[in-house]
Write a protein that binds this ligand. Structure first.
Ligand code: WT7
Length: 675
């Protein structure tokens, strides 16, 4: 199975795989549009598209679907399946490609609650369908119409899936907000999307504690357009219930009919908005359209995870992230398979909870993030020795680069040297996986994401726009016809859309903001972000948004955030703060605590720093620009596990002559070393 650090799947695996022959790449390359067209035609369309792909359509010819902004400058740069009519839920339920009769009594979702003494729940496709219809009807009665945005602020409970699908059923645009986001972060997201309805829960379990979600929702809905709040009873904690605004989910559903007609959606109509970190405090709302997204979600799941009818798939991502949307919900459902939905943390109450779950349900495909893998590894092999993971056949990873050590550990200890690992590269913006080896084809090379999915064209360009040579690092771009699921815009921000994705190399290449290298076989290695995005435990946080949150503290005059390598989380933020009161005794500790609270309040616990350093001044250029690069160099990564230490020797700090205050560098170094 191995050859020069290249891995291939077994004959037995290949025999059963959907794709086993690499000639599919050639076929797709000849005419990617035709290729996608053929794939798309397998789905159910109320009406077939008129044109499968349009690049830079003239404005007058672009039909703006519901929810799409009518401003001329926001016209899409490209369109897939223009004129086609579809509903993704129709493809999941009545018109599922496997046949409704075949799947309706099959388990769609297994829900594993966090408390180990609580019973799991199972929903068949038909049960799920009925719930979706009931809630869709309830939403309609609340006045929700096609194109309206609906906020979903929920823990990992079945109602989260039902809510998302109910929106899709009636053509409402779902906008899921990760449940650990703070009220302030929720508020911004509700304001930016203009949601009039919010679906939330009383509370949920996190590491044995009950989190009061409703309280956060109550705060986060202030100064927004939210008129009605639907509340799911999950944890039974006491909540404030505003009779004129709040409605109980279970009471709403009681009265509703269990069938609801699907809304006939234009391929270009919005299916969902999903926020991702922007370079300032305000997140960007990525716009995803109904048609292309469904096509990409269905096919990438089927081929990359090799979904077969008896599979049990577990994607550990929260529904609040794009991975949770596409592979924790839509893709397995479109493929008619059974998947797991887990409320808790993978290492609670015991470090091997995740392994127990795989074993208990016979999970056959497991998809998680490098951070989780490194955490499992840290707990040691002993705790998982007793697990055979006999049913496992495909492993997946996503969200950040995986180092070779973690890859090997995952391969040997979880996959028992038997399962191919699909290292899948994509982004919130791309809607679905764009680069990953196919499990039946391979090859799999540790720390490489492999080849682009058939029908996806890419390049690695240098700053001048020239293709990089083999082994040379450059910017990863996606070339026309892009991808059916690629974002159609940034909601209410056409300028930012153009600036972020289409200005580096013009309209002809989608700029990913990732640095990449290609090897001799054409396999791609992702080096990491070239912008100010940090990937902290796979979560996307910009230095700008963190700095914004910190700068809101009244005692802070200046601050700078950098990311440094971390053995478990991949990368962690380090904050440098400057305050006038630096010399006051006790002030330092106090202010650091306040900053921690400030970050929790503005963003949430995912953005907490590893360390906060109080310094007198920050290194700056003569024009006043903070040199984060130099701050970064004060730390050095210790291979192989990326443990970051202070750079004690102080070598290689680079040219300090452009600084207006080079003496600060020495001072900061001392402060770091004191730790
Ligand atoms: C960024 C996008 C896509 C779902 C979760 C993340 C990094 C993603 C990989 C991978 C190396 C990866 C990139 C990308 N990334 N997958 N397999 N190997 N890096 O979505 O939060 O929008 O982040 O995650 O840097 O640009 P996201």
């Amino acid at each position: 199975m191995t050859q020069n650090n290249l891995f291939f799947s077994s004959k037995e695996f290949k025999n059963k795989a959907w794709v086993k022959d690499k000639k599919i790449y050639k076929e797709a390359e000849k005419n990617p549009v035709k290729f996608w067209e053929k794939l798309a035609a397998k789905l159910f369309w109320f009406k077939k598209w008129k044109k499968s792909f349009v690049h830079n359509p003239p404005y007058s010819r672009v039909k703006l679907g519901t929810g799409r902004l009518a401003e001329s400058e926001n016209r899409p740069y490209f369109q897939w399946f223009a004129g086609g009519k579809i509903n993704i839920t129709e493809n999941i339920f009545e018109k599922n490609l496997l046949g409704w009769e075949k799947i309706k009594n099959k388990t769609a979702v297994i829900w594993e609650p966090e408390p180990t003494n609580e019973e799991p729940k199972k929903l068949t496709y038909e049960e799920l369908f009925k719930q979706v219809c009931k809630f869709a009807n309830a939403l309609k009665k609340l006045g929700v119409k096609k194109g309206d945005r609906v906020g979903i602020y929920l823990p990992m409970i079945p109602e989260a899936i039902i809510s998302v699908l109910a929106c899709a059923r009636i053509g409402a645009v779902h906008t899921v907000i990760f449940s650990a986001f703070s009220p302030a972060a929720l508020k911004i997201r509700l304001q930016d999307t203009g949601a009039k309805i919010l679906i939330t829960a009383d509370g949920y379990y996190r590491r044995g504690r009950i989190i009061d979600l409703k309280k956060s929702a109550d705060h986060g809905t202030k100064e927004t357009k939210v008129k009605k709040v639907v509340v799911i009873k999950r944890a039974g904690n006491k909540i404030f219930f505003k009779k004129t605004r709040d409605l109980w989910w279970h009471e709403l559903l009681k009265k509703e009919n269990d069938y609801c007609k699907p809304a006939i959606m234009d391929a270009g109509d919005l299916l969902f908005l999903l926020a991702t970190s922007g370079s300032t405090g305000r997140p960007k709302q990525t716009m995803h359209a109904c048609g292309g997204y469904a096509v990409q979600a269905y096919w990438t799941g089927k081929w990359i995870f090799d979904f077969h009818q008896n599979d049990i798939f577990w994607c550990t991502a929260d529904l609040g992230w794009v991975t949770g949307h596409t592979y924790g919900c839509y893709s397995p459902l479109l493929n008619g398979i059974c998947f797991l939905f887990f409320e808790g943390a993978p290492d609670w109450p015991k470090p091997d909870r995740w392994a127990q779950i795989i074993e208990k349900y016979g999970v056959s495909i497991f998809y998680t993030a490098p951070t989780a893998i490194r955490m499992f590894e840290k707990y040691g092999e002993k705790i998982i020795k007793k697990y055979k993971f006999k049913k496992l056949r495909v492993l997946g990873t996503v969200g950040e680069p995986i180092d070779e050590d973690a890859w090997q550990w995952y391969f040997k200890n979880v996959g028992k040297s038997r399962c191919p690992i699909v290292d899948t590269w994509w982004q919130t913006e791309t809607g679905g996986i764009l680069i990953s080896s196919l499990p039946g084809v391979g090859p799999f090379k540790p720390a490489f994401v492999g080849l682009p999915f058939p029908g996806i064209k890419f390049d690695i360009l240098n700053e001048q726009g020239k293709s990089c040579k083999i082994g040379e690092q450059g910017n990863l771009v996606i070339l026309p016809p892009f991808a059916p699921g690629l974002l159609q815009g940034l909601y209410k921000n056409p300028k930012k859309y153009k600036e972020t994705y289409w200005s580096q190399y013009g309209n002809k290449a989608y700029f990913t903001s990732d640095g990449a290298i290609k090897d001799k076989q054409g396999l791609i290695r992702i080096v990491g972000r070239v912008d100010d995005v940090l990937k902290v435990a796979g979560h996307r946080i910009t230095t700008g948004e963190l700095e914004n949150a910190v700068a809101k503290h009244p005692e802070i005059t200046e601050c700078a955030v950098i990311g440094i390598p971390d053995a478990i989380k991949g990368e962690v933020p380090i904050i440098f703060i400057v305050s006038k009161k630096i010399h006051k005794i006790g002030f330092c500790l106090e202010i650091k605590q306040e900053i921690i609270e400030q970050i929790k309040k503005e963003i949430g616990p995912i953005a907490l720093p590893k360390e906060i350093y109080m310094v007198e001044d920050l290194p700056k250029t003569r024009s006043g620009k903070i040199m984060r690069r130099i701050l970064k160099k004060l730390f050095i990564a210790e291979a192989p596990l990326n443990n970051c230490k202070a750079n004690l020797t102080g070598q290689d700090l680079g040219d300090l002559s452009t600084l207006s205050n080079p003496e600060t560098v020495e001072k900061i170094k001392k402060i770091i070393q004191q730790k």
